[in-house]
Design a binder for this molecule. Sequence first.
Ligand code: GDP
Length: 330
Amino acid sequence: MVTFLAGGTGTPKLLDGVDAAFDPEELTVVANTGDDVELGGLLVCPDLDTVLFRGGGVLDRERWWGLDGDTTATHDELDRLANVAGLDAGPRYLSPERQTAGRRLARWRRFSGVAEFMEIGDRDRAVHVTRTSLLDEGHSLTEVTRTLSQAFDLDVDLLPMSDDPVATIVHTDAGAMHFQEFWVAHRGAPAVEDVEFRGADTATPTDAVRDALSDPVVIGPSNPVTSIGPIRALSGVDAALDDTPVVAVSPFVEDEVFSGPAAALMRGTGRDPSTAGVADAYPFADAFVLDSDDGTDLDRPVVRTDTRIDTPEDSRRVIRAVANALREVA
Ligand code: GDP
């Protein structure tokens, strides 16, 4: 059994090639939920959903979120209505008192659905309605994720990191904002001053996550701050990673990031935005997979390969490197 820690791009890309070295039935994927938001009353879990849709063969692979070929009739109508009604497009947070009222799992990331600042496709919305309704019926996020995994015919065991609320809040020169406001509404433009995982001091990993962390762990090429950071902020996770073999794939080639806001977030949280900074951030990692063009000198075993992942064959190549690195340290 092997456990992957996932955000919404790097690790899902890596999972495409997983059967080159692992039996998918023996894999657990623990997904970050710090990026989740409640939008117009629906709980949206972007990282869980990317793994879900990828596993179900229905992911939009251009964007790495949403369903391939989905329509946006409802989203477009929300936008049109807000426009004709003269309503500001937001992001529109619910009032501070409402942030901690209502559905517990949605704390500190509750947005009104007016104008819907994140684009939710029509079929995608059906997933959020089902998830939120099952939560309201009394099921945990872990249970609901299992149900959705069956519906999408996933072969891996997909787990949310926690059944408790954790909200990734980015503190910037333009004020504190939820990660989705920072990334979707502002395209990562505000200068990052700090990143907070609100709720993490009382949130716990689920029993299923604790069990999964006793297996060897692969940290895919995910954003160390906002994808892996929230998982690590839960009590006991770093200690569990210390006690088990861990292989990490760098999301950088030296100081070049493949995509997304990882560099600005690392810089903003006092880390070097580079492979060396990732290695410093992951003291529990026993080995790394780095790009062939990445000459970073690390104090731990390194397996090098071309780590750019555009095709399933690329994923298989990187997965084989991960398996080789695991064999060295397991
Ligand atoms: P997010 O939830 O969308 O931020 O996704 P993740 O945290 O899972 O992944 C984002 C990270 O994936 C970024 O830091 C990228 O540098 C990295 N990444 C994206 N594409 C590739 C790739 O092809 N190869 C590698 N090694 N990293 C990648």
